[in-house]
Design a protein around this ligand. Sequence first.
Ligand code: ATP
Ligand code: MG
Length: 295
Amino acid sequence: MPASDAPYVLSIANQKGGVGKTTLTVGLGESLSRLGYDVLVIDYDGQANLTGWVYGQKLEADDVNILDVLASDDWTLLNTADEAEGFGFDFIGSTEELFDLEVKLSNDNYRVFALRRAVSELKTKLAEGSQSASGRRYDFCLVDCPPALGLAVTQALNASDGVLVPTILEKMAIEGLKMLTDEIDQARMNGRADVELVGVVPTIVHVVRSQTQSIAGVLRERFGEAFLEEEQVPVRTKISEASAVSQSIREYCERQDSSEYEYFDALAQRVVCKTIGIQDSNAEPVPTSRDGFVV
Ligand SMILES: Nc1ncnc2c1ncn2[C@@H]1O[C@H](COP(=O)(O)OP(=O)(O)OP(=O)(O)O)[C@@H](O)[C@H]1O
Ligand SMILES: [Mg+2]
């Protein structure tokens, strides 16, 4: 059974839009929960797609959300977290107000560390024995980042132990990856954070075609072991449909007699190995061969 004394904070980031960040965050969150880990998922994007998925609707302006945690002393990650029914994790939502982060935090001279402060407080509270309203003591905290390189992503990187980068296997998408890895390096070099690149995961991968193969080759060369080729998530209809009907990927797939959620189980096991370094011997076996693979 998992045991870590502090949650491992993992940002899911790529400034390119529509590469599967939010989908991967939900799938990974569900699978980590299924493996027995206590997971907190944070929507850190003003688009609030993840919030709409989890609640089936947007939050009202006066509903407590992640911005309250950043901007007010009354709200903490622990007392804001809400159980995401059917998903297996706790959740903190966002609203479009998050687009105005810069303005909302303009009086905070240390705003680049606003999320890190909240995370530090969470770690302290958990170490003191506190738990969330749902009884969770988080092993992982997943942060779904917006498709941009602005204050929100800087804050997320500064608060994170690691970053997972979903990418589609297209030339223009991988060209942009350099900007993100530079940002990660910068955070590290400036001593702002000790964040590690946990992996670059191919997502929404189409059946083998020569372009994806050559791009996979470039990523393999550039990222070595951090290129999580085996854990790639192919294009799968049920995965996409789950978000449209605001349901858990696992529950939706099971209802449709599909096992597409297993891609996220495989990814979750790899993420556990690469982060908190424990392999759960009770975990369900991971499928070893799947159609649609690049290799
Ligand atoms: N494995 C998959 N198979 C099929 N469709 C997928 C898959 N993963 C994601 N999608 C679909 O691709 C679209 C973009 O996915 P998603 O919203 O997760 O990307 P994103 O990177 O979070 O986008 P944004 O940058 O706007 O936040 C969605 O319609 C989603 O349902
Ligand atoms: Mg998204």
